[in-house]
Every structure is written in structure tokens, then in C-alpha cells.
Design a binder for this molecule. Structure first.
Ligand SMILES: [Mn+2]
Length: 316
């Protein structure tokens, strides 16, 4: 139903912009590129607007004709917001939110801020929804688009390891592989390509991991100073690394940003970190969620520990 409405909107209009979320990840970039390249095949005008650098692990995707910092909004008919659970995820680009918004996402905490909202919380990635949309539009998924979609899906499923990985996920991946993508090469870029300064940064951060609640919770903080020291502000893979420790059920990363601290949480099994995020104005999935607080690292740490105390009450 909603899919049909979006198809109508696409057919009726000519010029589109696509906004992935702030600090885009593989799903945000991959799904945006796949949608952009699909619309291009329909002879539509389309650009992707992001103010952030493309993260190092997805730089291999072909963004060249699509990624810009600005467009003349007079000429734009429709704004796609991708992989963004709430409008705050687009707040660095408010000036572009002046045309009807089509919100396409898979976060269960999505606030349905669009004129049209295609939110599928059972989709493993926004890339899965875009895959279905392109098929519904009867757009030929070539190896370039398939590479974007495979990257989106691999990124959000932890390379097909997380609980959002379903038979459907593998069916789509299999279909994408038949389009001639190079899985080994994509995996090399995604997982075997860490810049040396980032690796050294990770090493120092991980050497200072703290444990709480009889080591069921692992926590790291990242100061601005440390990011300056290594000239690196990419925190990817760190929270996952501490989640991977035996017995750890919740992993927390607290990142000091300008005037705020950003908290990223990962959990195992049915421990729901999205409810902690929601309590604090953030969002996410059961096993991966986050929020921000207007404070420094120590105050942020206290907030998180207090929240986790509700889960691990009596254990110390
Ligand atoms: Mn996603």
C-alpha cells in the first residue's frame, strides 16, 4: 500500500534529493546510492546530500555523480530520508527539509515524520526496503546497484551474524550475488581495511575498557583529546569489539562530541537497549541503539550506569 504510494510519487515527479542520516554508515550510504542509481535509470534528477565524509570502509562504493553538499531546492520535488529514525538524524541539513518528505527506514523507533512513511521494522536494513522498491519499480539491478545493496545489508546485519538476519536476507544476498558482485572484494573493503591511525586509536581505547555488574556490562569512553591525538574521529567497530567479550551482555561506548556526549549501546540476546535509548530521547533497535546527553563523559557515564542498574538491580 505505502510502497504503491511511493511508486506513484516517484513516477509523478522529476527531481529528488536523498538524505542519509548524520554520520552515515554502510546502510545509509549503500541504500542511498542504490536508490539514486535506480532513479537515474528512470531518467530522474537525483542527488544525495550529506555533510559528512563517507566512512573509510564504504569509500569504495561509486558515489561520484551523486554525493553533494548542496542543491537548489527550488528545483526539487521530493526529499527522501533514508535509514533515519527521527528528524534529529537530519538536523545538519534542515534547509533541505522544505519539500514533501518520503521517510524510508527500518528502525522500530521511527517517529513517522514524513509525508509518506515506509517503515519496515522487520527489514534487516534500509537496503532491503530499497531492494524491494527497485524491484517494484521494475528497475534492473545491475552489479553496481547490487554492490551498494549488498554493502548496506552486510553492514547492518554484522555481515549476516545478527538476529535481524533472516532467510529473506540471504535470499536477497543470493539474488544480488547473481548480479555479478565481488563478495570477497566487498568484504575486504568492509572488514580488512582499517587505516593505521584508526587501528592505533582502537588499540588505546580498548586498553581502557571498564566492566560493571559482574562484567556483564563493558564500557569505553572516548575523549576529544584522544581523537585529536590520532587525528581520527571514526569510532566504528569499537562497541562491537567489547560486546564480543565472553559474558558481556551490554556494551557501551560514550563518545565526547562538541557540547554533548553520544552513547552507543549494543546488547546480546533479548536485552533491549532501545528502551534505554527511548527513555533518553534516542532510538534504535533491540540490540543496537543510542542517544545523546548534554554533558561531559563522566556525567554521561553516570546516566548509563543508572539505567543499566534497572536491568541488573542487585548485581554489583
Ligand atoms: Mn540501517
Amino acid at each position: 500500500m505505502m510502497m504503491n504510494n511511493i511508486i506513484k510519487i516517484i513516477k509523478k515527479n522529476q527531481s529528488f534529493i536523498i538524505l542519509p542520516h548524520l554520520k552515515p554508515d554502510g546502510d545509509a550510504i549503500g541504500s542511498s546510492l542504490a536508490l539514486a542509481k535506480g532513479l537515474k535509470k528512470m531518467n530522474k534528477n537525483v542527488k544525495i546530500i550529506s555533510m559528512d565524509d563517507v566512512p573509510y570502509d564504504v569509500k569504495f562504493l561509486d558515489c561520484e555523480d551523486y554525493l553533494v553538499n548542496s542543491v537548489d531546492m527550488e528545483s526539487i520535488d521530493i526529499v527522501f530520508a533514508l535509514d533515519s529514525s527521527d528528524i534529529g538524524r537530519l538536523e545538519d541539513r534542515k534547509e533541505f527539509l522544505v519539500k514533501p518528505i518520503v521517510n524510508i527506514d527500518h528502525h522500530k523507533t521511527n517517529t513517522l515524520y514524513g509525508e509518506l512513511n515506509l517503515v519496515k521494522e522487520d527489514a534487516c536494513a534500509t537496503g532491503e526496503i530499497i531492494y524491494n522498491l527497485l524491484n517494484s519499480l521494475k528497475i534492473d539491478i545491475d552489479s553496481d546497484i547490487a554492490t551498494d545493496l549488498y554493502t548496506a545489508i552486510a553492514s547492518d546485519t554484522g555481515n549476516f551474524m545478527y538476529s535481524n538476519t533472516t532467510a529473506k536476507t540471504h535470499e536477497i544476498a543470493a539474488e544480488l550475488i547473481t548480479k555479478g558482485i565481488d563478495v570477497a572484494e566487498i568484504s575486504m573493503y568492509l572488514y580488512q581495511n582499517i587505516p593505521l591511525n584508526k587501528f592505533k586509536f582502537n588499540t588505546e581505547v580498548l586498553s581502557k575498557v571498564e566492566f560493571y555488574f559482574v562484567s556483564k556490562v563493558a564500557l569505553v569512553t572516548i575523549s576529544k583529546e584522544l581523537k585529536d591525538k590520532y587525528e581520527n574521529d571514526n569510532t566504528d567497530s569499537i562497541v562491537e569489539s567489547i560486546r564480543n567479550i565472553e559474558g558481556v551482555e551490554v556494551a557501551i561506548l560514550i563518545d565526547e562530541r562538541k557540547n554533548i556526549a553520544k552513547i552507543s549501546m549494543r546488547s546480546k540476546k533479548d536485552i533491549d537497549v532501545s528502551s534505554i535509548a527511548l527513555n533518553n530521547g534516542g532510538g534504535g533497535h533491540v540490540n543496537a541503539a543510542g542517544f545523546e546527553v548534554d554533558s561531559g563523559l563522566e556525567a554521561a557515564k553516570k546516566i548509563v550506569i543508572k539505567e543499566l542498574g534497572m536491568i541488573y538491580e542487585g548485581i554489583s
